[in-house]
Design a protein around this ligand. Sequence first.
Ligand SMILES: Nc1ncnc2c1ncn2[C@@H]1O[C@H](COP(=O)(O)OP(=O)(O)OP(=O)(O)O)[C@@H](O)[C@H]1O
Ligand SMILES: [Mg+2]
Length: 389
Amino acid sequence: MADEPVVSLEALLAAKEIVVTCGSGGVGKTTTAAALGAMAAVHLGGKVLVLTVDPARRLATAMGLEEFGNVETRIPREAFAAAGVQPRGELWAAMLDTKQSWDDLVARHAPDEKTRTAILANPLYQNITGKFVQSHDYIAMERLYELHSSGHYDLIVVDTPPTRNALDFLEAPSRMADFFSSRFLRLLIAPYRSRFVNMASKPFYSVADRILGSAFLQDVAEFFILFQSMYSGFVQRANAVERVLTDRRTAFIVVTTLESAPVREAEYFIDALSSKKMHLGALVLNKVLPSYLCEDGAADVARRLCNEADAVAASLPVDLGDRDDVARVLAELGESFLNFQVVAKREAEQRSELAHVADVVAPVPYLDTDVHDIGGLLQVGEAVWRVHA
Ligand SMILES: Nc1ncnc2c1ncn2[C@@H]1O[C@H](COP(=O)(O)OP(=O)(O)OP(=O)(O)O)[C@@H](O)[C@H]1O
Ligand SMILES: [Mg+2]
C-alpha cells in the first residue's frame, strides 16, 4: 500500500502528517490550505490544524473567527453546522505572528533567564527579527517543527506566504543555520567578544557609532552574541525540520491558476521540490473556467449574437426594452463570450500540458463569490477531494 501512488487528495491527506500548500501570490494557497483542512476534519476525523503564515486575516474570517493569533484555536462546530455538516474530527487554526513567535522562541530556548531578558531587552532585537535572513519564513518552519513534534495533531496543513522566490521558504532553516555559523557574523562580533577591544578596530567602531547612533554596533554585536548561545539549537531544529520536510510524512501541494506567470512559477517549484527530494503530492489548478466555454456549439451562438444582434433583438419580447439597446447588449454578450472562450482554450492547453506532472492534478472551478465561510471552503474542497489521476 505504502508504495502505491496516491491518487486523490483524500488518500494523500489520510496518509500524511504535514501538507504544505505553495505557489505564487494570490493563486489560492490560503484558500486551498483551509479547504483541505476543513475537508480532512469533516471526512477523515482526528485533530487537524491549519497553520496559516499569511499575515492577512482572510482565513480568520473564512472560519468564522474574528481574530486569532499565534495560539491555536478550535473552529466551533456551529461554523460547520451553518454549512450543514457534522465533522468527524476537529478543525483547529493558527496564524503565524512573526514577532510573537520570535519572543516565544527566545523564551523557550534561551539558555538562562539572564540571556532571555537581555535578548528581549536588546534595542535592536525587534527590529532585527523583523528583517534578517527571512525571519518570517524561518519562524514559520520553527513553528511547524514545534507543532508537529508536540504530537497534538494528526494532520497539519501549512499555508505559505507569497514569496518572490518560492524556494526561500524551503531554504529558510538551512540559511539560518548557515548564517549563525558565518564568517561575517564572527568578524562582526569578534571585537566585542574580547574584553580587550582590539586597539586597531576601536576607532572604526567609535566612528560607526557616531554615524549610526549611540552604541549601534555594540547593540548589534551584543544581540548576536546572545543569540549565539542558542546556536546549536537553531542548527539542530533546522536539520530536524528539513528531515521532516523530506520524508514521506510530508507532501507539498503546488497551487496555481492557469495564467502563464503562475504556471511558470509552479513548474519551477515542482522542479525545485524534486531536486530537494521533497514529495510533490498534488497540483491544484485553481479558478479554472468552466468547460462549456470551449464548446463549438456555444461559440456559434455567440458569433450569431454578434453578427445578427438586430435580428435576434427583433425576435425577443417587446417589453424587454428598446430594440437598439437589446441588440447592443446581445452583441456585447456574444463578444465577451468569445473573449472568454479564447482564455478557456488557452487554459485547456495548459491543463493538458500539466496533466501528468503530479500523481494528482485537481482543478477547482472559478466560483461566483469569494470564499469566505466554511461552506465556501467545503465547496472548494469537494471539487478536489476525490479527483483521480
Ligand atoms: N476557486 C476560487 N473561486 C473564486 N475565488 C477564489 C477561488 N480561490 C480563491 N479565491 C479568492 O481569491 C483570493 C485569493 O485567494 P487566497 O488568499 O487563497 O490566495 P493566496 O495564494 O493565499 O494569496 P497570497 O499569495 O496573497 O497569500 C481570495 O479572495 C479568495 O477568496
Ligand atoms: Mg495566502
